[in-house]
Design a protein around this ligand. Structure first.
Ligand code: NAP
Length: 346
């Protein structure tokens, strides 16, 4: 099997470290370039990176010298986990230089010609790539994105419901982990013994991204799904794992059993990083919980629980995903596997 040579932009950060971890021994990818800020460039990764994940830093990456975030890099595609402030210009430069750019950042997610992908839900949105290349004059380079880490925690069950019954409106409260803010992120003085009711810029992202994800590619652009989302986003004292408390109004009435079945039976894919179950619906009254459920399916499964009829909306449920795996690096790696599967990487 061909191994694609990949670079990681923002390799020393919270999401960058997850890339390093997930790409160790990956059968389709080999990490050949790492890039980060001027603070890190020129140093071996082992010196540049303050490793914060459980387990040791993988040996394969220790001696790779970190480079500045500019092309050329010795690779065929780049995973980007740069802060949004620098991502837009940098990702465009790589796409223009002919690289496939697989981005975690919010910079291009809502651009009309950029796919915002959850492969199990909307792989047909890859049709935007050709339009993007033509419109922007990218040549063989292009940009694809994965959603905001909080959106990933509830968009999959929403997609399951939208396909079967139609979704009319959604009220969602997110309880987001500390690692979602990057490192060092929120100060311990602020988050210990506390819940923070404000995450800068988060609520608008959570309110608009799912309509694009669940939208239909019409051959030119995405017809966004026709429902409204109202969101409140909180930072909570959890290291990894974003929880979403969701209430949903459906267009067509359904029984609880059919809602349960629609979520549970939503198919996974057959890609290397695909979990056995895309959505796991649990019966236990006290689940999902971040500490107990975030690693389900190696962090790639969405866990749903507390599914009940609601007194105001039709149904309510709680869903959970691992924010730096399914919500970031794992999502981007799955997107890259999808690109190979669909023939977008030669
Ligand atoms: P982070 O821990 O702060 O890491 C940021 C990375 O970008 C580091 O490698 C840093 O390099 C590099 N960087 C920072 N400023 C730079 C600059 N001016 N020029 C070049 N490189 C620079 O952040 P993160 O949590 O990994 O997030 C990265 C991106 O992923 C953000 O866009 C974020 O919104 C998105 N995202 C994060 C999560 C999550 O759960 N954390 C989930 C989904 C999406 P140095 O080490 O050299 O400073």
């Amino acid at each position: 099997m061909k191994k694609y040579r990949v670079g990681i932009l923002g390799a020393t950060g919270t999401v960058g470290q997850r890339f390093v971890q997930l790409l160790e021994n990956h059968p389709q990818f080999e990490v050949t370039a790492l890039a980060a800020s001027d603070r890190s460039a020129g140093k071996p990764f082992s010196q540049a990176c303050a490793w914060k994940l459980a387990g040791a830093m993988p040996d394969y990456v220790k001696e790779i010298v970190v480079q500045p975030i500019e092309p050329p890099l010795d690779c065929e595609l780049v995973f980007s986990s740069l802060p949004s402030g620098v991502a837009r210009e940098t990702e465009e430069a790589f796409a223009r230089a002919g690289y496939a750019v697989i981005s975690n950042s919010s910079s291009y997610r809502m651009d009309e010609d950029v796919p915002l992908l959850i492969p199990e839900i909307n792989s047909q949105h890859l049709g935007l790539i050709e339009i993007q290349q033509r419109k922007r004059g990218f040549g063989k380079g292009f940009i694809i994105t994965n959603p905001n880490c909080a959106v990933v925690s509830f968009a999959p069950p929403l997609a399951a419901l939208d396909r079967k019954f139609g979704v009319e409106s959604v009220f969602v409260t997110t309880l987001q982990a500390i690692s979602g803010a990057g490192y060092p992120g929120v100060s311990s003085f602020d988050i210990t013994d506390n819940v923070l009711p404000y995450i800068a810029g988060e609520e608008p992202k959570v309110e608009i991204e799912s309509q694009k994800i669940l939208g239909r590619f019409n051959g030119e652009t995405i017809d966004k799904a026709n429902f409204t989302v109202s969101a409140q986003c909180f930072r909570v004292h959890v290291i990894d794992g974003h929880t979403a408390s969701v209430r949903v109004k459906l267009r067509r009435t359904s029984t609880l059993e059919n809602v349960f079945e629609a979520m549970k039976s939503f198919p996974s894919l057959n890609l290397y990083s695909s979990p056995k179950h895309f959505i796991d619906v649990c019966d236990e009254p006290s689940r999902p919980q971040p500490r107990l459920d975030r690693d389900t399916g190696k962090g790639m499964t969405i866990t749903v629980g507390r599914l009940f009829p609601d007194n105001i909306f039709d149904y309510r449920f709680v869903s959970l995903s691992h924010n730096t795996v399914r919500g970031a690096a794992g999502a981007a790696v799955l997107n890259a596997e999808l690109l190979i599967d669909k023939g977008f990487l030669k």
